[in-house]
Write a protein that binds this ligand. Structure first.
Ligand code: ADP
Length: 169
């Protein structure tokens, strides 16, 4: 029955960024992940410093330039972040689908970034503004593994069964 390739239980790192905390959107954003039956297996609050921002966004300067790196690293230190590890079938893609693409003006209604922001890349570049897009989520399995290890010690991740798993997984 069907193609099972890639359909496995994964873990992914999610950060609720400073704009989510300062706007009071933590509960509403986590609700969307829970509604989709993603399981919270790790959760904590962290105030990032410059070193940790560099470790988390280790390739951002190379990919998007020093200006974007500096503006993003500074934004991530303006308030704490809520870090989550979410688990589910194809969790990495599933979470990216729920949050929508990087630039909120390209994110559809129904996604976190499309519903709670509308900022455009061009405007951010022209005005030296960060793209305040509420959430970070790992982009692929390698990134997820590396990011979960960076943010959480093994004993901070929990195994338990949800009621939904009885039927779905
Ligand atoms: P994503 O977070 O969707 O994986 P990237 O890794 O490419 O996207 O970018 C990391 C973060 O840097 C973005 O989420 C956004 O907050 C910020 N950012 C990206 N591009 C820009 C830009 N042109 N101007 C300002 N900030 C940006």
């Amino acid at each position: 029955m069907g193609d099972a390739a890639g359909a496995s239980i994964e873990r992914t790192l999610v950060l609720l960024k400073p704009d989510a905390l300062t706007r009071g959107l933590v509960g509403r954003i986590i609700q969307r992940f829970e509604d989709a039956l993603l399981k919270v297996v790790g959760a904590k609050m962290v105030w990032m410093d410059a070193d940790f921002a560099r470790q988390h966004y280790f390739d951002l300067e190379e990919r998007l330039g020093a200006d974007v790196y500096n503006i993003t690293a500074s934004f991530m230190q303006q308030a704490p972040v809520v870090a989550l590890v979410l688990e589910g079938v194809d969790a990495i893609k599933t979470v990216r689908k729920i949050i929508g693409p990087t630039y909120p003006n390209e994110a559809l209604p129904g996604t976190v970034r499309g519903d709670f922001a509308h900022q455009a890349k061009a405007y951010s570049i022209a005005n030296d503004k960060v793209v305040a897009n509420l959430v970070h989520a790992s982009g692929n399995p390698e990134e997820a593994k590396q990011e979960v290890e960076l943010w959480f010690r093994p004993e901070e991740l929990f195994d338990y069964r949800t009621l939904a798993e009885k039927y779905a997984f």
